[in-house]
Ligand binder design. Structure first.
Ligand SMILES: [Zn+2]
Length: 439
């Protein structure tokens, strides 16, 4: 063992441990260093010890155990994706009611669909399918809504934990402006949320979150109570904000003492006091942008959902990136129709090009920026995921694109092609903390 350690000195400060714990994954490695830098290491080894990345090397030392080398040949190795806004309880309604406006769509499709999760057997079945599909699409880190039901939310938490995913999830809160069959009273909403976050604070890599649906469906009493719980337990917050012209107008009527939804959340300790993830953030005044510049805040771009429910605008992604706001990508099913974050990367770029036509001041985002949002930036509130820096979890996808004809392409061209033209069939392996995830 000691002799072997000596050979490994070329790797730097690898600790003196049995080499049985080391694995070397060979392939064309790509990950984001920052929004402007994609690191590409072709035909290189990612050295992993007990599921943690130790470095990326061109060569292995003589004598490295052959059985510990996993040779992925010419395939790409990229970090697992992060889906930072998705409704597990809307898995069954993807691609339906897309001609309706948001509030109408919620009342016609969403609330009846979500109300079915009162049935635990239904929750087990559908959440099982949802988690399987996440893994199939290469999403290894996820921030997801459940429904208002405590037991269904427990089931979702346990399924995410069982699969080993890195996740935030929580019981939804709604105590007003919702149909009778899908509504809580304020007191029981707060009580069950407290039980949930105290029971499920953190298990494995899954953490409970506080999830008020949006300002319209929450009384200020409920929001204030949730903010208190978030602070008391240090719990992350997940909601929707500045999503559509219709919701902004409705929120303004319900909360006339506040300038906008961000103020409603902020004054109730639900914006930036603990890690806060806000979906959409399409229409933001300068003072909202300033609140979101807090490193504890993240805005999630959900391009397909924005187009499907016709929010009336497109997130100014380039501007927000330049202003230093943490950004991620969300599939937002069921208003989004696919759980593929690779597709989300392509959509992010396409939508920013459309926005650029109407707002030429800000350029369209490029592959580097969109990939960063989907991996490193999206994973920032989880523990060292979304990149292959030393010390990061080896949460990775192997992409086999040999079904596409083409010669002499760079690894980046192949990554771009996978995002635009590939699908889950190109993901031939998923690793989480170095373990193979079987679909
Ligand atoms: Zn949503």
């Amino acid at each position: 063992m000691l002799e072997y350690h000596k050979n490994l000195e070329i790797f730097g400060d690898i600790e003196e441990v049995s080499m049985d714990n080391y694995k070397a994954y060979l392939g064309n490695v790509i990950y984001s260093q920052d929004k402007d830098t994609l690191v590409v290491k072709e035909k290189s080894y990612i050295l992993v010890q007990d599921g943690i990345v130790q470095g990326i090397f061109k060569d292995l030392p003589e004598g490295f155990p052959q059985e510990n080398i996993i040779d992925w040949g010419n395939n790409l190795i990229i970090p697992g994706f992060s889906d930072m806004h998705v409704h597990a309880s809307q898995f069954l309604q993807r691609g339906m009611g897309m001609d309706k406006k948001l509030l109408d769509w919620l009342n016609t499709y969403t609330y009846p669909t979500e109300a079915k999760f009162q049935d635990k057997e239904h929750a087990k079945k559908i959440y099982g399918l949802f988690v399987d599909e996440l893994v199939r699409q290469g999403t290894l880190h996820v921030n997801c809504f459940s429904s208002i039901h405590y037991e269904a939310s427990e089931i979702l938490f346990e399924l995410l934990l069982e699969r080993g995913l890195f996740a935030f999830t929580g019981k939804l809160n709604m105590d007003q402006n919702s149909p009778e069959f899908y509504l809580e009273d304020t007191e029981s909403s707060l009580r069950s949320t407290e039980v949930f976050i105290s029971n499920y604070r953190q298990k494995g890599n899954v953490q409970a979150a506080i999830v008020p649906r949006f300002t319209i469906t929450c009384s200020e009493e409920l929001l204030a109570g949730l903010g208190k719980l978030a602070q008391q337990y240090g719990t992350p917050v997940h909601s929707h904000m500045c999503e559509a012209i219709s919701t902004i107008k409705a929120s303004k009527e319900l909360f006339p003492n506040y300038k906008n939804e961000a103020e409603v959340f902020y004054h109730n300790n639900l914006l930036g006091q603990t890690p806060t993830i806000m979906a959409h953030c399409i229409f933001m005044d300068d003072d909202v942008v300033q609140l979101m510049q807090n490193p504890n805040c993240m805005a999630v771009h959900c391009p397909d959902a924005t187009a499907n429910i016709n929010a009336g605008g497109i997130m100014p992604v380039k501007k927000l990136l330049e202003m230093g706001i943490n950004l991620a990508i969300g599939s937002d099913i069921g208003s989004g129709a696919s759980l593929s974050i690779a597709r989300g990367i392509a959509s992010t770029i396409q939508h920013s090009k459309i926005r650029n036509m109407f707002d030429p001041q800000w350029e369209a985002v490029n592959l580097s920026e969109a990939f960063y949002m989907a991996t490193r930036s999206g994973g920032r509130y989880f523990n060292k995921v979304g990149a292959f820096d030393k010390g990061y979890h080896f949460n990775a996808l192997v992409i086999d694109d040999s079904n596409f004809p083409g010669e002499n392409l760079t690894s980046l061209e192949r990554l771009e092609r996978f995002c635009y033209a590939g699908d889950d069939r190109n993901i031939v392996m998923r690793y989480i903390v170095g373990k193979e995830l079987i679909i």
